[in-house]
Design a protein around this ligand. Structure first.
Ligand code: NAP
Ligand code: F7E
Length: 354
């Protein structure tokens, strides 16, 4: 078979970096669509190890710009197109709602239009989200659960979901949406709660930070490992018939559970007291290590998410390989190493954002 060609938007992000690796391993020619103003400029560089691979290419494009996406399609003539690019941080979506709607919502439509006009045989994957379920109307959530988004981000993903389905049904495009529940890794952005916690645990145990400020510790999420999840994006695209699939572990844990696990791994056994914005946690020596700050609470919360991936198990052979504890330990160990190395070389270790 001739070498297949794929475009990945969001290639500089967590999932884009794992998916690019997976596609390269499968022998694809991979084109990462990267915008001129990439966040990589802030020091987050997840694909430097791929630069120089003869099958990996960076191509300029922005989800805000229809012409740039059309140029990517015309130049690359891809067999598969994975739309992972987004303004993906939920709190930012209240601060920049029209930008989020433009990139995370309309961005998907721009990709679909470019494919419809220039390359209708190209298969399309849309990165959907459990945030589409928001204030859940049933538990667990599956492909038939009605959407009830709770943020501008969730609303934008619902638009992207339905426009993908509409292009599939109107123009017979091979277009699928993966409704992925939270997935994390050592490459997770430091503004998201798991990474904020694992990095803070590493910094506190190394003595360079006293305590961590956090938001709602009662929220519950179905957390999986990003390295496992990207394989399902590829598998959906290989199906003869395009469709939508929930990808999740089927288990849910609170932010508090996750903090206990991460701080325990870093050598701190926490005791919790208080509630709401008065919640604190002390370590075994009586030091306050976690306290809440109203700044990190959201205008509207998604209280609990837990997915049912039976359809993906049946049709894609999905089983999550990495469990919650392994995931959090992997992230803490990675952050301990980053902090240790930075201290050893006399440079400032990374610190949590937002
Ligand atoms: P991420 O690390 O935040 O990466 C987002 C990517 O989007 C970055 O590469 C970013 O590039 C790119 N991007 C932002 N604005 C862009 C624009 N205007 N034009 C082109 N690219 C742009 O997100 P992730 O965790 O890998 O998630 C990947 C996708 O899955 C996203 O669509 C996200 O919403 C969705 N999702 C994620 C999860 C999860 O738990 N991780 C769950 C469900 C769905 P820059 O370097 O330019 O900033
Ligand atoms: O928050 C609570 C917060 O920002 C998880 C994105 O990848 O997954 C992600 O969205 C929970 C929320 O992820 C802090 O209130 C408490 O309940 O890690 P997060 P998210 O909002 O679930 C979905 C599936 C996506 O699609 C998104 O792109 O943790 N929380 N305290 C906090 N969250 C953060 N970030 N920071 C805190 O201090």
């Amino acid at each position: 078979m001739a070498q297949r060609t794929a475009v990945v938007t969001g290639a500089t992000g967590q999932d884009g970096s794992y998916l690019s690796e997976l596609l390269l391993d499968k022998g694809y020619d991979v084109h990462g669509m990267v915008r001129r103003t990439s966040q990589a400029a802030l020091g987050r560089n997840l694909i430097s190890h791929l630069i120089g691979n003869p099958n990996f290419h960076i191509i300029s494009g922005d989800l805000a710009d229809q012409g740039s996406i059309e140029n990517v399609i015309k130049e690359v003539e891809p067999d598969e197109f994975y739309n992972l690019g987004a303004q993906s941080f939920v709190p930012e979506s209240w601060r920049s709602p029209t930008h989020t709607s433009d990139i995370t919502g309309l961005g998907a439509l721009r990709c679909l239009e470019a494919i419809r006009i220039h390359r209708p045989e190209c298969k399309f994957y849309q990165a959907g989200s459990s945030e589409q379920f928001g204030k859940v109307v049933e538990t667990p959530q599956d492909e038939n659960t009605p959407f009830y988004p709770r943020s501008p981000y969730g609303c934008a993903k619902v638009f992207a979901h339905y426009i993908t389905k509409n292009y599939r049904e109107s123009y017979d495009l091979h277009a699928s949406t993966g409704i992925l529940f939270n997935h994390e890794s050592p490459r997770r952005g430091i503004e998201f709660v798991t990474r904020k916690v694992t990095l803070s645990a590493a910094r506190i145990s190394s003595g360079i930070q006293a305590s961590m400020e956090i938001g709602n510790v009662e929220a519950k999420r179905d957390w999986g490992y990003a390295g496992d999840y990207v394989e399902m994006m590829w598998k959906m695209t290989q199906r003869e018939t395009p469709d939508d699939y929930v990808i999740s572990t089927g288990e849910t844990y609170s932010v508090k559970d996750m903090i206990d696990l991460a701080f325990g791994r870093a050598g701190m056994e926490l005791t919790w007291s208080g509630e709401g914005i008065g919640t604190i946690a002390t370590d075994q020596d009586g030091n306050v290590r976690v306290k809440t700050n109203p700044r990190f609470f959201r205008p509207a919360e998604v209280d609990i998410l837990v997915g049912n991936s039976e359809k993906a198990s049946r049709e894609l052979g999905w089983t999550p390989k990495t469990d919650f504890k392994e995931l959090i330990f992997m992230m803490v160990d990675n952050d301990m190493e980053i902090v240790r190395t930075a201290i050893k070389h006399g440079v400032n270790p990374p610190a949590p954002l937002h």
